[in-house]
Write a protein that binds this ligand. Sequence first.
Ligand code: PMP
Length: 398
Amino acid sequence: MDEKIYLDNAATTYVSGEVLNEMLPCFNTIYGNSSSVHKFGREAIGIVDRARDRIANVINAEKSNEIYFTSGGTEANNWAIKGIASANRDKGNHIITSSIEHDSVLASCKCLEKLGFKITYLPVDQHGLVSIADLMHQIKKETILISIMSVNNEIGTIQNIKAIAKTAHESGIIFHTDATQALGNLMINVQDMEIDVMTMSAHKVYGPKGVGALYIKNGIKIDNLIDGGSQERGKRGGTLNVPAIAGFGKAVEIAGRDLSVNQQKLKAIRTYFLEKVTEKIPYIHLNGHAQQKVQSIVNLAFEMIEGESILMLLDLDGISVSTGSACASGSTELSHVLKAIGLDEELARGSIRFSFGKSITKAKVDYVIEKLVSAVEKLRNISPLTKTGRAKKQDNKK
Ligand code: PMP
């Protein structure tokens, strides 16, 4: 197979043709500043308003003016955590989040700790789930915010968002969720799920990089992160990136439109991939939840070998996968998510994330399986761990 096979869609996706077509005129035809009052400006604001409507519609926001554009998921998470903390400080200084959040949430919380806020990082079980009982136990009268991601980017586990939101609201606490990996993978209904504030990003759903949004339910108290002009109703300064916003709106509209078709396809692909891989490769484990997970992410731990080595061998065969999240890969630190679900160092280092996207086919999966089987065999043949230990031990047990 000459083709390159991209299995790193949780890191980012390509920009789809429909999205690109939506964006192109905004570079050199409809290029006004959306804050200008003349015709060029009005055309640009028309594009922005349409994107806002499309996103509000897909997530079932009550009003489109509850969508605020940002430079991506990272900014939206920073804004949610820091903005809510600062605006509600008179009520308390305690925030609850989980230990498997994206770095943009964890680092924002660390930053608040320096300012005197107290943060509780909830543990998760072996499948990556936060326990509601644990959460209830940690709520104090000073708790002002609960922030729990909808879907984990490394292992794909889906949290019980509605139950978490209800728990927050029973104690009058604001609930934020980072839905960066949920958009396009799950039906999101902010009203039904009782979400107050929600992070989104375009480049995980076939939109461009560097644009995202924060859904802020009207009435939620939140301070600005980026001060400037009157853009985004005075809540987020900076000239709007109209082409990116146009693409984001289109990408979300398509994600909503094609959700069930895409999910059916990915479910079949995932089931087939897992069946074949477990049949052909011994000593592997599925990281994450077997049922409560998105179809697009499969994270596997391979005993006795390093994930980095598998990644490099697959790369030579034109297959792109990742170890952990894109932001953390390249670092020698163990994934905080794999640590939190209780993996020992060997399994955490032996883990690979395969994240499937729209262009996957059964033929591509067959090729990936063939190359994966051979990479694992090759590496296990030369692995010092094979000789000293576990494989032999397990064999003896049989
Ligand atoms: N949250 C999660 C769960 C993510 O996976 C990512 C992207 N890796 C982000 C936030 C950050 O989004 P962005 O890349 O748009 O800044």
